[in-house]
Design a protein around this ligand. Structure first.
Ligand SMILES: [Zn+2]
Ligand SMILES: [Zn+2]
Length: 104
């Protein structure tokens, strides 16, 4: 008999109040946490590591980790947009300003 054990990630949604995803504009970004569970037969038994909460958009399935635009960390691959309303910068791929919701 084989025991199938291992550590598996388990995604938990921490709130029921979605925020607007700046990438797709849908209010489907939930505070999410990915915990690591020790699993036996694919059933999570013991939480071995608690993850850090982050925003995950369920519309476009991407983590919304770009609310604070990077301070030009030599990342030339991404373009920055400047909000016309609040003048702050954000990821150029976003359709909405993550700071104030102004349409980009
Ligand atoms: Zn989205
Ligand atoms: Zn703004």
């Amino acid at each position: 008999m084989f025991l199938i054990a291992g550590v598996q990630p388990k995604t938990r949604r921490l709130d029921e109040n979605p925020k607007r995803c700046p990438a797709c504009g849908l209010a489907q970004a939930y505070t999410t946490r990915v915990d690591q569970y020790l699993s036996l037969f694919f059933i999570p038994l013991i939480r071995v590591k608690q993850g850090t909460p982050f925003l995950l958009c369920e519309g476009c399935q991407r983590p919304v980790d770009d609310f604070q635009a990077p301070v030009q960390e030599t990342s030339t691959s991404r373009s920055l947009a400047v909000c016309v309303a609040c003048k702050r910068t954000f990821d150029g791929s976003f359709k909405y300003c993550p700071h104030c919701g102004q349409r980009a």
